[in-house]
Design a protein around this ligand. Structure first.
Ligand code: ADP
Length: 164
């Protein structure tokens, strides 16, 4: 059984994330979505809210793909989280060149800590490649339309959170 770990902050989950999740389901039998607590990033949504949103967004994906998805909050080192959940592969999305430098370093350092865990990069569909949670929040904060970037429930959650 191949287990993959897809880690992120998911603050909130976007159509870019769900695109990657669908692709990942074709590669693994069980996908563990690691939701990082990430206090440093000062998330807009609490860990519980982010986990609930990821779970809700994954339900229709699972119906299509079958397999198994587990949403797993984590606070420890990524490589330790991968070992904890029995993952042999870490899945990451790759957007633009900007992501590359950071990901390059992460792979190098994770590999030094555990060479048995491989990192695989996936690219979203062209229409979803530019989506980033950070920008979605900024657009929503300024009253813009985020319906092309997130599902209606996530859009509603953003509106409710950002309403003054
Ligand atoms: P963000 O960087 O948008 O705050 P996360 O930290 O939650 O998002 O990202 C988790 C993973 O999902 C990372 O590997 C990131 O590169 C990937 N990802 C996020 N958005 C996209 C996208 N639009 N296309 C491809 N990968 C993405």
């Amino acid at each position: 059984m191949r287990i993959g770990l897809y880690p992120g902050t998911f603050d909130p989950i976007t159509l870019g994330h769900t695109d990657i999740i669908q692709r990942a389901m074709a590669l693994v039998d069980r996908l563990v979505i690691g939701v990082a607590i990430n206090r440093d990033k000062g998330p807009l949504f609490s860990l519980e809210e982010r986990v609930a949103m990821v779970e809700a967004e994954c339900a229709p994906i699972l119906e299509k793909t079958g397999g198994e998805i587990i949403v797993h909050p984590f606070e420890n080192l990524l490589i330790d989280c991968a070992r904890d959940v029995g993952a042999s592969v870490i899945l990451r999305g790759l957007r633009a060149v900007a992501d590359f430098e950071y990901e390059f370093q992460m792979v190098g350092m994770n590999r030094a800590m555990d060479s048995s865990i491989e990192t695989v990069f996936l690219m979203a569909d062209a229409r979803r490649q530019a989506i980033a949670s950070k920008l979605v929040k900024e657009i929503a904060r300024l009253g813009g339309d985020v319906s092309k970037f997130v599902t209606p429930p996530v859009e509603a959650a953003l509106k409710a959170r950002l309403r003054r």
